[in-house]
Design a binder for this molecule. Sequence first.
Ligand code: NAD
Length: 256
Amino acid sequence: MSLDGKVCLVTGAAGGIGSASARRLAAEGVRLVLQDVDGDRLKALAADLPVETVVCTGDVSQEADVDAAVAAGLAAFGRIDLHHLNAGVPGPLTRLTELSVADWDRVVGINLRGVFLGVRAAFRRYEEQRSGGAIVLTASIASLRGSDDLLAYQASKHGVLGVLKGAALYGGPIGVRVNAVAPGIVPTALFAAAGNGPGGGDDMVRRASTTPLRRAGTGEEIASVVAFLLGDGAAYMTGEVVSVDGGAAAVSTVRP
Ligand code: NAD
């Protein structure tokens, strides 16, 4: 897939989807710069990968940490060719009238400002290198569909598509492609935090059993699309959102 020898920065790499992406890219021969707030899990992952890997503990919503990850990648490899900007946090499942400003700011700060900062840093690097590049953002089915109890999360993930479009238009003329994956339900720590109630792991697996493919997805199934979008197989794709959700986004909530 033409990825061999490239350098990719993956954020949220200690998590379910990010670690699967790192493993998949490593299997394709991609050298990695991994960022996450969870440094211990990052180090454990890096120790298990068959490629040269740099670990950078940091917060994607903080400009200095985003710059530090790029600097660490440059120090190790001299360049960064690809980005999978994937870090994200779940929104609180709450009635609209009970959503706090603190929760709104936290979720939008990580999921949306974090993506903006990552994209901006990626473009600054690509412009310096003058050799094109590719970025994949992790959006969500919540970028495409609404629910009345997940306002901050879905607003942040809809916003990711705004960044996607602006970045794709900006990048096209300089050979930088920007695409997004929109996962449906993948049982990861993202849901485990919600426990066994609504929005928790068991509830989401139950909901996944009603999608067209009748099951939840895996990190590996998301990672395989990420690798495709980063590689030359997707050379004529930019500004695109690829749903990887077992068909969930195709279901109409209102039956004709
Ligand atoms: P996860 O909780 O397993 O992984 C998320 C990772 O991001 C964690 O390792 C966490 O430590 C890290 N992180 C959180 N805040 C951070 C910050 N400020 N800076 C750096 N790292 C931070 O969850 P996941 O399911 O692997 O989620 C990955 C992405 O996929 C997220 O953007 C999420 O919104 C998106 N997504 C997940 C699903 C799903 O069903 N799991 C569905 C749609 C979209």
